[in-house]
Design a protein around this ligand. Structure first.
Ligand code: ME8
Length: 535
């Protein structure tokens, strides 16, 4: 199923979400990976001229948060308030994340609606009281099946994700009749083959659901940091049921039907592959039970790995994004992980690989192109962009290359959510423009003072500058800071208006940057890296 950019109910917002992150600790590269991906997707669709709604937020209830707060001698609410304000929101600002909303599950706009949702399901007979005993991982906030546990030392059973001992939990609680939804879910997956991406994630979910689903325990009575079950407040609502509902409550579920209808359901839920089942099995079943529309796509990203393990807060392998942005800058940071790792696959972070790609692709290929062109327009034409009066086959080849790059990048990023493929299309075009300059040798043509020579020189520099105009448009969703600097140095703002208003589809148009535009040298886009201080 291809994304249409509009919801099936005819409303207009292209609705993108990230997981809402647990605030038991500070964010690391893994969290930023998903959030940056969502931001690039959001900005891309905005530049397609679509109305977009980008939601992120924090998941604040449950045992994991409660234990962390206890260990730090504060209340869970105090802990969440501190972490959200000191760590999470500032990071998204630092990384230029343009989210439209930030939901916290302790907000009233959420808690009240979650209670109503669960009460409704109870009234409809979808929820019953029962007992359950099984191994529970607090890291995942999830009951595990005995078959998936790993063997640890001394006969301990370990969570396969956290590699920590699970706890045996026995509880009287409330259950959602998830088992009844297996056949309906399978039918839905069949009818919507693009619902779960990538293919490997889809296969995993199909296999899981085909084995048969168990009913889902949706309440807890052994601790109280959660939203009370309305008809039995000794219980709190299971943190995952609470958390998944953020995607509905944040856009006005039960409170603002105009906003809700114009936004819900999500076009894309971006999630790490560790939380795929919650989004591709439990969440759709909850929506089916309530008669609400299902999301269009659930897209699972792979894991950033450290030493062969998933980078995580609990394993203390989390690297803070600021450790990298202070060295490489925010734009390069946003670009690197999406460029270097095929979205959906696992990838290892390496300082050496980042440095090498930065130097070759950002500083040499892209940054140098921008500064060379601006310098030559300055030197030979006093900074006024000359007109291309002598265009021929070589120039046509560049214009054709641009048209291909735009179509490819838009298909990859805008439709397939393949960031690496889309970015590669743009950087292939950058290489083509560099090759064009190498062949045309404007620095040599400049020595030919004849009118023909001057016309050729003007044409070559116009062609390169016009290419950079389109490159700025295409890279704006990925690296808004660098793209804005480039836009500025081309004098494009005065001639064409704000960069954010430039449409992806129109970027392939040739000859948009008018002759006479004021080209200035501006800042170097990607300065040479200094040696890593502690290397
Ligand atoms: O699971 N590589 O929150 P969470 C790539 N609150 N992505 C990673 C990653 C890594 N090493 N580590 C984390 C929760 N992520 C729930 C979600 S949603 C209704 C509730 C990213 O703080 C990835 O997107 O454990 C993963 O799904 C998310 O962070 C988990 O964040």
């Amino acid at each position: 199923m291809a994304a249409t950019g509009t919801n099936s109910n005819g409303a207009s917002a292209y609705y993108v979400t990230t997981p809402i992150y647990y605030v038991n600790d500070r964010p690391h590269l893994g969290h930023a990976y998903t959030t940056v991906a969502g931001d690039v997707l959001t900005r891309w669709h905005r530049q397609r001229g679509e109305k977009v709604w980008y939601l992120t937020g924090t998941d604040e209830h449950g045992q994991k948060i409660m234990r962390t707060a206890d260990a730090n001698g504060v209340t869970p609410q105090q802990w969440c308030d501190k972490l959200v304000e000191e760590a999470w929101k500032p990071l998204w600002q630092h990384l230029d994340i343009a989210n439209d909303d930030f939901i916290r599950t302790t907000q009233e706009r959420h808690t009240h609606r979650v209670q109503e949702f669960v009460q409704d399901l109870y009234d409809k007979g979808e929820i019953y009281q029962g007992g359950y005993e099984g191994p529970y991982c607090v890291g995942c906030e999830e009951y595990k099946t005995p078959g998936e546990l790993l063997d640890g030392e001394g006969g301990a059973k370990l969570c396969p994700i956290h590699k920590r001992p699970v706890e045996m939990l026995k509880e009287e609680n409330y259950f959602f009749k998830l088992s009844e939804y297996g056949p309906k879910l399978l039918e839905f997956y069949e009818a919507n083959p693009g619902f779960i991406q990538p293919e490997s994630a889809r296969n995993e979910v199909l296999q899981f659901v085909r084995q048969g689903l168990q009913d889902l325990s949706i309440s807890r009575s052994t601790f109280d940091w959660g939203i009370p079950i309305p008809w039995d407040p000794k219980h709190v609502i299971y943190v995952w049921v609470d958390a998944l509902l953020n995607y509905a409550t944040a856009v006005g579920y039960g409170a603002d039907s105009a906003k809700f209808d114009a936004t819900f359901p999500a076009d894309v839920h971006l999630v790490g592959k560790d939380i795929l089942r919650f989004h591709a099995v439990i969440w759709p079943a909850m929506l089916m039970a309530q008669g609400l529309p299902l999301p269009k796509r659930v897209v699972a990203n792979g894991w950033l790995m450290v030493g062969g393990e998933k980078m995580s807060k609990s394993n203390l392998t989390g690297i803070a994004p600021q450790d990298l942005t202070s060295h490489f800058g925010v734009d390069a940071y946003r670009w690197y992980f999406l460029r270097a790792i095929q979205f959906g696959q696992d990838g290892s972070f390496s300082w050496e690989d980042f440095s090498a790609r930065y130097t070759s692709e950002l500083a040499n290929d892209f940054g140098n192109l921008a500064s060379r062109v601006a310098a030559m327009v300055g030197k030979y034409f006093g900074g006024a962009l000359p007109a291309a009066t002598a265009a021929g086959d070589a120039e046509q080849a560049v214009a054709d290359g641009l048209a291909r790059a735009v179509a490819e990048a838009d298909r990859k990023i805008g439709e397939e959510i393949d960031f690496a493929g889309g970015i590669a299309a743009v950087f292939d075009f950058i290489k083509q423009v560099n090759g064009y300059l190498t062949e045309q040798e404007p620095w040599k043509v400049a020595k030919d003072g004849s009118p023909e020579g001057q016309a050729r020189l003007a044409t070559i520099l116009y062609t390169a500058a016009e290419s950079l105009r389109a490159i700025a448009v295409l890279l704006n969703p990925v690296m808004p800071g660098a793209a804005a600097k480039l836009w500025d140095s081309l004098g494009a703002e005065a001639a064409l208006g704000a960069l954010a208003d430039q449409r992806i589809g129109e970027a392939a148009g040739w000859g948009l940057l008018p002759a006479g535009a004021t080209v200035t040298k501006g800042d170097i886009l990607f300065p040479r890296l200094e040696e890593k201080k502690d290397a």
